[in-house]
Every structure is written in C-alpha cells, then in structure tokens.
Design a protein around this ligand. Structure first.
Ligand SMILES: [Zn+2]
Length: 288
C-alpha cells in the first residue's frame, strides 16, 4: 500500500504503475512488479509504503509471497517500517515473528464500503495532523501510534483454515495437506495457521513497548441487533464508536432495552463466544 501527501506525487506514482496495468482507473488491478520496486519507487517519490493485510492467504506478503521480509523485499527489507495487520490478526499474533518487533503495526479499514470505514483504526499522538507527522509517528521518529482498534481476529474472514470442498472451517485440526472430513485438497490457509507455521517464538504475545490493541465487535455482528436497532443507537449516541466503547450500560438500556445493552457490554469486555471465520467468511458471535 502506498500513500502520498499530494496529488502530484500520487500522479507520478500512477504514471509509473500505468506502464504495467491495463486500466489504471479500475480498482483491484494487478501489476506483477517486485514488491521491492514498489517500495523503492514510493520512497523516491516521497510517499509512505507498507505491506497491507500482511498475512491473508492468496496474495499477501506472508500469506503467499514468502516467510520473511528479506525473502520478499531483499535489500529494501530494512526500509519496511510499518505493516498493516488485516482483520484476521492482531499485534500479539503478528509479534510471533520476531523480525516484526521493530515495525509499527497499523489496523486500517478498507474503503470498500462506507459502512465499514472505521471498523479498524489507529489512535496517534501528533504535534499536528499532517501527512509528515503521521509518517514520523509510524517511523518512530516523532509523535507515536498510541493504540490500535480492530475486529477480534476470530471474526476476520481468513482467521482459520477452510476447506472449499466441504465448506468446513478447520479449527485445531491437523489437516496436513488435505481435509480430514472430505479428503479435499482445496484448503485456504488461515492467518492463525499461517502464523503458527512461520512463527519463531513459542506463543502469541506482544513485543515490548507495543501499543495496546483493543478489540471491537461491530454492532452488525451482534445476534438480534438489526439495522433498525443500529440506526436507533447511532442516532442517539452519534457514532458507532460511542456505542461500542463509551455509552454506559444504563443509558444503553434506556435506548434499546436490557438484553441488547448487556450484549454490547459483553462484547466490550470480550465475554462473547465466537466461532472463527475462514475461507472468506466472517466469524460469528455464537453464544451470548
Ligand atoms: Zn473438506
């Protein structure tokens, strides 16, 4: 992922990319350039480069390209200073790869739909809200990233491995190349399982000085909370973040009743059971 502070820098990058992309005006186009080259060009133009959704299967840095930064970026590896975690992982999981301890982790929303903007976000401490200040904070030069907010990774679409033949999520099962239920071989490796495979530490635990990572369960994931209830909550409290993190239990009860208020409170305190996602299907809150 490449970010630029001005449109003219963005245009320079676009003109480089358009040599390798059929239609530069469409989203999700592929360029087949080496990752190192994308990083170098972004840096040369004055932008900010970071691998995004770093562990998801199919096309990501660790999900399908290689086992280390060096393997994928060669000489550019030391210049990779920031990494985006994706919905299916969190800081503790990513820190099981020790070469990532020096990196800043960001938890960013995609902009595929307006409703999901803010599903993941970061809090920064900055002298001023500018591109330069954000970049310096991410590079640990000045200012800092204070906290990450994101989905509980179990809710992510690629948390655990998934058999595409029989549509089963393979949780805590040794599948060794084929599905234990149907012997199918079309298995999409989950982020959790991929990290266990390439981890060089014993357990999932955050590196020292890693900012806290707060889980949030969006209202739409809560069983029995439909669009009408969500609309009512947001129109009363102003934003979904206010509902998820700040609204008091009594006030929530007044607006939507005891049952839903308690559900929101349990989500806030990590007290809900979650059946993990996999193969492109979100995890689900199963028991309340
Ligand atoms: Zn199967």
């Amino acid at each position: 992922m490449s970010f630029f502070p001005t449109l003219s820098q963005m245009k320079s990058y676009t003109s480089y990319l358009s040599q390798y992309i059929k239609n530069i005006n469409l989203s999700t186009q592929q360029s087949y350039r080496p990752a190192r080259e994308l990083g170098e060009i972004t840096q040369k133009i004055g932008g900010l480069f970071l691998p995004a959704h770093a562990f998801t299967p199919h096309k990501s840095l660790f999900g399908s390209c290689g086992d280390s930064l060096k393997a994928v970026f060669s000489d550019f590896a030391p210049f990779v200073k920031v990494l985006e975690l994706g919905l299916s992982s969190d800081s503790q999981m990513a820190d099981c790869i020790s070469e990532l301890h020096r990196l800043t982790f960001v938890s960013n929303s995609d902009a595929h739909s307006l409703a999901t903007i803010g599903r993941e976000y970061n809090i920064f401490e900055l002298a001023e809200p500018t591109f330069k200040a954000v970049k310096e904070a991410l590079f640990k030069e000045n200012g800092r990233l204070v906290a990450n907010f994101g989905l509980d990774p179990k809710l992510g679409k690629y948390h655990r491995s998934f058999c595409e033949d029989c549509q089963q999520t393979l949780v805590d099962i040794d599948w060794l190349g084929c599905c234990p239920f149907c012997s199918g071989k079309k298995i999409v490796k989950g982020v959790y399982d991929r990290l266990l495979e390439i981890s060089d530490s014993e357990s999932f635990s955050s590196a020292p000085e890693r900012p806290p990572y707060y889980y949030q369960i969006p209202l739409s994931f809560l069983p029995g909370v439909g669009p009408k209830t969500i609309k009512k909550l947001i129109s009363y409290f102003g934003t979904e973040m206010e509902v998820l993190h700040r609204a008091g239990l009594d006030e929530l009860t007044q607006v939507v009743g005891r049952e839903i208020a308690e559900l929101i409170d349990k989500a806030r305190h990590g007290q809900l059971d979650i059946s993990p996602g996999g193969g492109g299907i979100y995890g689900k809150v199963t028991a309340t």
